[in-house]
Design a protein around this ligand. Structure first.
Ligand SMILES: [Zn+2]
Length: 667
């Protein structure tokens, strides 16, 4: 790079119609430039804080909320883009620098949440004459300050800070132990691999001693538990899999639970579960327990039928079998899918060529939401394969997104949507990115798995949410303030278009013949998808119950293994693998703590929102989609999510659509 100057003005002209700004950190040429920019950016945040605290006289929106909001916008750019660069940048030095500055930005954010003079200033701010958006933003700012403990005395605040730092460090230990404990088993080949796909067998040749090694990594563990005919192979691998990070994480988990419990107690809550749901839709730990009870009641009868179906199939292999082992569930589910419904997911792949899927997703979302996407060229990108698009509504530009969709060395290996610039009206247009690992069309026919297509729609749902919501007045009313148990609902809902025959006909075209995917494939897919659905919901309930129970009360003296076994006993349809320690490798116990329930909670919402589309003649009805855009997506968090949902539905949230999906759809 000949110049280290930030290419701001040239590729991003500031015109009257647009407030599109260059994402400040995203296109740095090297690590030094990133460090310099990040340091300057964080310094600006500090200066903003100092100058807004120096204000004399009464607190007003203009002298407090406006500068604070600008601070959050700037800080959010540093947090969002440094985290993103760490995940995708091809240059290791840039990734390392990005990680360092992400941590710095997080530290600043924690200090900000515990800044007493800032909190006092907000307490003194009178917003009673302001509009509803402003009142709600300030209400959330005050709530978050109190949840962080800023209103407590000095020794308590100091202890809170210690506990938060400890929580982060212990949580990192917990995650690391899981990540680093890769285990394996040795089996006698090749008969031990009977039932597994040919490409799997080819990729696992026997060593000189005739033994084949299978590891606990996903690419091995998932197919083995699904397809390996030999139950002993499945049992042995699952035993290792469910004992990862054991015994190391027994003590780490106990420390994590104790630290979080103390934090909750000194902030005035019975336990961490109660504390962590204060800013969620569910509102209380009791609400979570009631929700789980409701899901249990809705799924129990069909889960019993699922078990009977699987046991019935198992009897053909094991005469007299009356129950399933933990290592049987996935295997017999796949077998019943294949035998009863003649379904093979691989048959769908030729209909999901990457470029056609992407064009179909664009076309469907354009039609539904009344927008268009314009390819942007000539702007800098972090890798040559990245594509850039602007989103327009008529002549009005709404924002920009970046697609980084194919795998490469040293890139994040999962799929995610990231907000790079949180838009607010008059300040900046929203910008977001998708990072995924779909087959690359530059390397021959890029045929996607069905689940990858679903992921693409899901993540694009997050992206559209970010673009539509980034036009309000305050950062606190964007994703920054959205309830965690709501945020997945819009993306889960967009997945529905992948299961709809009419929508599929738009893009599921054979990559060689152009023929649309046959209707009976889609019907089979739906029926196969319903096998073990209720049983899987019960398994999700075990996880959600574990997550809630570990964090509900005082963990002193609690034997986490005994609690694990007790939870499984409460859900007898879900078999337990004796002698295993899932609590040691259940990573969500760190990242999600008590709130694993959020997955199912937002699914209930997604199903209910989607029921409005099902009521129409076609789920491609643009009138409903436009209403959905205006009432659910565009408001961001300008209102509590429960109100947004009710506005759109014209009634309170209902469980019916979820129950219908659970009990009827595809059955
Ligand atoms: Zn998601």
């Amino acid at each position: 790079m000949p110049s280290t100057r930030r290419p701001r003005a040239k590729p991003f002209p500031r015109t009257n119609e647009s407030l599109l700004t260059a994402p400040r950190y995203l296109f740095v040429p090297d690590a030094e430039t990133l460090a310099r920019e990040a340091s300057a950016g964080l310094e600006e945040c500090r200066d903003r804080l100092t100058s807004l605290l120096k204000q004399r006289g009464p607190r007003t929106v203009a002298n407090l909320l406006v500068p604070y909001d600008h601070l959050l916008l700037g800080l959010g750019e540093l947090q969002g883009q440094s985290k993103f660069l760490f995940d995708v940048h091809p240059d290791a030095a840039v990734r390392e620098t990005a990680d360092k500055w992400y941590q710095e930005a997080e530290r600043f954010a924690t200090d900000l949440a515990l800044n007493r003079p800032l909190y006092d200033a907000f307490v003194a701010l009178d917003v009673t004459k302001e509009d509803a958006d402003t009142q709600f933003a300030v209400q959330k700012i005050l709530r978050d300050f109190r949840l962080s403990g800023v209103d407590r005395d000095e020794p308590t605040r100091a202890r809170v800070k210690e506990l938060r730092d400890a929580m982060t460090a212990i949580g990192q230990d917990f995650d690391r132990a899981i990540r680093e404990d890769e285990r394996s088993i040795q089996v006698d080949g090749p008969q031990a691999l009977a039932g597994l796909p040919d490409d799997f067998v080819r990729a696992h040749p026997a060593g000189p001693d005739g033994k084949i090694t299978i590891t606990t990594q996903y690419p091995d563990a998932i197919p083995v538990l699904r397809y390996a005919r030999d139950p002993e192979v499945r049992r042995r691998l699952q035993w290792e899999y469910l004992n990862r990070a054991h015994p190391a994480n027994l003590e780490t988990l106990s420390k994590l639970l104790a630290t979080r419990h103390e934090l909750a107690r000194i902030l005035g809550y019975d336990g961490f579960a109660e504390y962590i749901v204060q800013d969620k839709m569910v509102g209380s730990a009791k609400g979570v327990a009631e929700f789980l009870q409701k899901v249990r009641a809705a799924s129990e009868a069909h889960a019993k039928e699922d078990v009977a179906l699987l046991v019935g199939r198992k009897k053909k292999d094991v005469p007299g079998a009356t129950s399933l082992h933990a290592w049987d569930t996935n295997y017999y589910t796949e077998l019943v899918r294949a035998e009863n419904f003649a379904f093979d997911a691989k048959l769908l792949r030729p209909y999901f060529e990457f470029s056609k899927v992407r064009d179909g997703l664009f076309e469907i979302s354009r039609e539904l939401f009344g927008v268009r996407y314009e390819r942007v060229t000539g702007v800098p990108v972090w890798h040559e394969s990245v594509e850039v698009f602007d989103v327009y509504d008529g002549p009005r530009r709404l924002g920009r997104f970046y697609l980084d969709l194919h795998p490469r060395k040293d890139k994040y290996t999962h799929a995610a949507a990231s907000i790079l610039v949180r838009g607010t009206s008059g300040n900046a247009l929203p910008q977001a990115a998708l990072m995924c690992n779909f087959p690359d069309p530059r390397e021959g026919p890029a045929l996607m798995e069905y689940l990858e297509v679903e992921t693409f729609f899901h993540e694009f749902g997050h992206l559209l949410h970010a673009i539509f919501m980034g036009h309000g007045r305050w950062v606190k009313n964007t994703d920054d303030g959205i309830e965690w148990d709501f945020i997945e609902a819009p993306s889960q809902m967009l997945e529905e278009w992948v299961r709809d025959p009419e929508a599929l006909r738009r893009f599921a075209l054979h990559y060689e013949t152009g023929e649309p995917v046959p209707a009976d494939f889609v019907a089979k897919l739906k029926r196969a998808d319903a096998v073990s659905r209720a049983l899987d919901v019960q398994r999700q309930l075990v996880l959600a119950t574990l997550s809630l129970d570990y964090y509900k009360g005082d963990p002193t003296g609690v034997d986490t293994t005994k609690s694990l076994e007790a939870t499984y006993r409460r859900f007898p349809l879900v078999p337990f693998h004796p002698g295993t320690h899932f609590q040691c490798n259940f990573g969500h116990l760190n990242g999600y703590s008590a709130i694993y329930y959020t997955y199912m909670w937002s699914l209930v919402i997604a199903k209910d929102l989607f029921s409005k589309f099902q009521e129409a003649k076609t789920i491609l009805d643009p009138t409903i989609a436009q209403r959905y855009r205006e009432m659910i997506l565009a408001p961001g968090s300008r209102k509590p999510a429960s109100e947004l949902v009710e506005d759109f539905l014209g009634r309170p949230l209902s469980f019916d659509a979820f129950e219908n999906w659970l009990n009827r759809e595809g059955r």
